[in-house]
Design a protein around this ligand. Structure first.
Ligand code: C2E
Ligand code: MG
Ligand code: MG
Length: 515
């Protein structure tokens, strides 16, 4: 306990002074000096007076020594106190932004639990930066640190009298006292706007977003800690629904979070046990009526025999940082399977948007192809427009790595993004896959039919192969063939199937059946 250390030397000095005063008074009152004189006189044969003098001098010197020692001790205690204060500060603060950290927040929560008289009401805001990882990856950690410091300053000046915490990474929490009935959504939007202002460092401008969730104390929980978990939950929902959103906590959000945590845990285990495998759906040359390759589509069959669709687990894998491991595993497996097919057949593999912002993706893919021994010209990667729009600079670097190695690139789900045409003119794709939503209705919808005709003409003009996804009816296949579409894919031509069903014989049989 620092306080006890700090007062001990002074206490000791005081104690010695009191003893001295007591002895002085006693000797005065009872004339001890006269008795001492008589005692020395009575024993004059001994040099008691000299011994007494020596005792006095050594006592005096001892006193000086003790005073100096006490002074040193006192300084030492001050130093230790300061060091302890620094350690306490470091333990409770984030050294980069100088904001209080999670430990500080935990201590406030613990205090709020024991302080029964506290009648304070709070709004807890949980804030997570959107696209912060991109800043670190693209501009380096120095820029990332500078962004975090600026965010801390902006939040602190928005809430000058409240506690702003950095809980680690790009996560911040604000504990705001509620006075009156503040408009908390508007306050949340002010946080989003403050973070949304551009950051400029060394001439480089960075745009960030923020997802904000908030919960109320005590309305959303008897304990402050629980309310913080609820505001986190609201923030998670805001993040899932897009950038720059503010969400108030409602209890049903917990079910969503619990489901997501369960899927994430199961997904981790499934990846570890290699339970997610590629199924293969044929890509058919519509003119020659011949299978030219297969698209690998991830399939997760749980222990209970239930199939979880990729649309459900791929986003979870992306968010949980499992997509790299999952893709490596699936691609390796698909490449090994593709080696058993006739050598003219191509393997088409989907890359998720988030992966195109990973500069090392190209190298990792090429390593897998090299390890397995599948030639690059037999592989094609399907990317969506949103993947390229998200981080055009890195996407281009990754795609260039792959193209330079001889891999082909297909633009998947064409027509569902925002800037299809600008993507086509800014990057050289080998193939365009018309989204199946167009195919489903083009026979009955004259406009859709015209759009498909235009896309096919565009492909011919650009020298890009056109694939139509989702062909389910013979009439659709016939019409697409008549329009000059190169490749078809859909349940009519073959459903996704496990590797056991994709043997050279079966490929032959399928072609004969269709022919
Ligand atoms: P996609 O790449 O556009 O794949 C085509 C989807 O359409 C597949 O759904 C396929 O089963 C389905 N499909 C094919 N023919 C028909 C048809 O005639 N009618 C209908 N209604 N549907 C048809 P699936 O397998 O559920 O995959 C959905 C999406 O998940 C894929 O869309 C792809 O974007 C993504 N995905 C699948 N596997 C992977 C993977 O290994 N990695 C990544 N990153 N994404 C994957
Ligand atoms: Mg695809
Ligand atoms: Mg598609």
């Amino acid at each position: 306990m620092p306080r006890i250390h700090a007062t001990r030397p002074q206490m000791e000095i005081l104690a010695w002074l009191l003893i001295f005063l007591l002895l002085f008074c006693l000797s005065w009152r009872f004339h001890w000096h006269e008795e001492l004189d008589e005692f020395i006189e009575r024993h004059h044969q001994y040099p008691l007076d000299h011994a007494l003098l020596a005792l006095n001098i050594s006592g005096f010197l001892g006193l000086i020594y003790s005073a100096l020692r006490i002074r040193d001790l006192s300084r030492e205690v001050d130093r230790r106190l300061l060091a302890e204060k620094n350690v306490d500060w470091i333990a409770c603060h984030d050294t980069l932004t100088e904001l209080p950290n999670r430990r500080f927040l935990d201590s406030i929560c613990a205090r709020a639990m024991t302080d029964q008289r506290a009648e304070e009401t709070y709004a807890v805001f949980s804030i997570d930066l959107d696209a912060f990882k991109k800043v670190n990856d693209l501009l380096g950690h120095d820029h990332g640190d500078a962004v975090l410091k600026t965010v801390a300053q902006r939040l602190s000046s928005l809430f000058p009298r409240e506690h702003v915490f950095r809980l680690g990474g790009d996560e911040f929490v604000i504990l705001a006292r509620r006075i009156g009935n503040p408009d908390l959504v508007a306050l949340g939007n002010r946080i989003v706007n403050a973070i949304g202002k551009p950051f400029t460092f060394n001439g480089a401008a960075v745009d960030l977003g923020a997802s904000v969730g908030f919960a109320l104390y005590p309305e959303n929980g008897d304990e402050l800690g629980q309310v913080i978990r609820h505001s986190d939950c609201a923030m998670y929902v805001a993040k899932k629904q897009g950038r720059n959103l503010v969400k108030a906590f409602v209890p049903s959000m917990q079910d969503e979070l619990a489901k997501r945590i369960r899927i994430e845990g199961d997904l981790r285990a499934a990846i570890r046990k290699a339970e997610i495998v590629p199924y293969y759906q044929p890509l058919v040359d519509l003119k020659a009526n011949k299978i030219i390759g297969f698209e690998a589509l991830a399939r997760w069959k749980t222990a209970s025999g239930e199939f979880i669709p990729p649309s459900e687990f791929i986003p979870v894998a992306e968010e949980a940082g499992l997509i790299v491991e999952l893709t490596d595993q699936l691609l390796r497996c698909a490449c090994i399977d593709a080696l058993s097919w006739p050598s003219e057949l191509v393997l088409s593999f989907n890359l998720s948007p988030i992966q195109l912002s990973d500069r090392l993706l190209g190298l990792r893919i090429l390593k897998i192809l090299g390890d397995v021994g599948l030639p690059a010209h037999r592989v094609e990667f399907e990317v969506t427009e949103s993947a390229i729009i998200q981080d055009a600079v890195t996407a281009r670097i990754v795609l260039d790595d792959l193209v330079n190695a001889g891999v082909r690139i297909a633009l998947d789900d064409f027509g569902t993004g925002y800037s299809s045409l600008s993507q086509l003119s800014s990057y050289r794709f080998d193939k365009i896959k018309i989204d199946r939503s167009f195919i489903a209705s083009f026979e009955t919808n004259d406009k859709q039919d015209k759009v498909i005709k235009a896309i096919i003409a565009l492909g011919t003009g650009l020298g890009v192969t056109i694939t139509a996804e989702g062909i389910e009816e013979e009439s659709q296949r016939q019409r697409l063939q008549d329009l000059g579409c190169d490749i078809g894919q859909g349940y009519l031509l073959g459903r996704p199937a496990p590797i056991e069903e994709i043997t050279a014989d079966q490929i032959g049989t399928r072609i004969l059946q269709r022919g």
